[in-house]
Design a protein around this ligand. Structure first.
Ligand SMILES: Nc1nc2c(ncn2[C@@H]2O[C@H](COP(=O)(O)OP(=O)(O)OP(=O)(O)O)[C@@H](O)[C@H]2O)c(=O)[nH]1
Ligand SMILES: [Mg+2]
Length: 201
């Protein structure tokens, strides 16, 4: 799929004020600094569409971007960053949770995991809650440019092992790098395929 247009629409803390849910939507979530905003820029080929920072806690709102005039990408704040205030750290339990659970056109949540790190409790716990609530998600292992092929496959295998403690089958996953653009075609292909399900529903 080619991205012809990508435009910022609106920022919110209330899912009810988000754009009318008449188009399929895909949101990015994960720990602060995992690369959610960078991935949105990489996928759309727009360097500064979503704001990024080396400092965790950059994205603070629910940000809607309209792509090709027909579907939305949504940048969300991160979770689990210890240095922000407790209120901010727990924010995803409030308005982000409402957004995830209630946004009717949310076709899929991309759960981003830093491919360099061993499985972390707050990520696996978060996915468990998504499963229990039947929220559709796939995993994206990010920042693959930072490790060797061997290290990457070792880390992914470790992750799979951890997930199999909770899941009968391993959730679908992609690998990505916002530097090398690895994963771009596969993720856009997934969105293209899923968009077609929205038209049918
Ligand atoms: N090497 C490398 N660096 C990356 C990649 N993706 C993101 N980064 C860097 O990681 C840092 C955080 O990126 P963001 O995209 O702002 O992360 P975020 O998940 O949106 O962070 P919050 O909005 O704070 O939750 C920035 O310094 C990015 O340049 C990647 O694929 N490879
Ligand atoms: Mg961000």
């Amino acid at each position: 799929m080619k991205i012809k247009t990508a435009e910022f629409v609106v920022s919110n803390t209330d899912y009810k004020k988000c754009p009318k849910p008449d188009k399929p939507e895909y949101a990015f979530i994960g720990r602060s600094n995992v690369g959610k905003s960078s991935l949105i820029n990489m996928l759309t080929g727009r360097k500064q569409l979503a704001k990024i920072s080396g400092k965790p806690g950059k994205t603070k709102l629910i940000n809607h971007f309209l792509i090709n005039g027909s579907w939305y990408l949504v940048d969300l704040p991160g979770y689990g960053y210890a240095k922000v205030s407790k209120k901010e750290r727990n924010i995803w339990k409030g308005f982000i949770k409402d957004y995830i659970m209630r946004r009717e056109n949310l076709m899929n949540l991309f759960v981003l995991i830093d491919s360099r790190h061993k499985p972390q409790k707050n990520d696996t716990e978060f996915m468990r809650i998504l499963g229990e609530n039947a929220v559709p998600f796939v995993i994206i292992f990010t920042k693959t440019d930072k490790l060797s092929k061997k290290q990457l496959s070792e880390n992914i295998n470790l992750y799979k092992k951890e997930l199999l403690k909770t899941w009968e089958t391993i959730p679908e996953y992609f690998v990505s790098s916002s530097v090398t653009r690895e994963g771009k075609d596969e993720i856009l292909e997934f969105i293209d395929k899923t968009n077609k399900l929205f038209e049918k529903s």
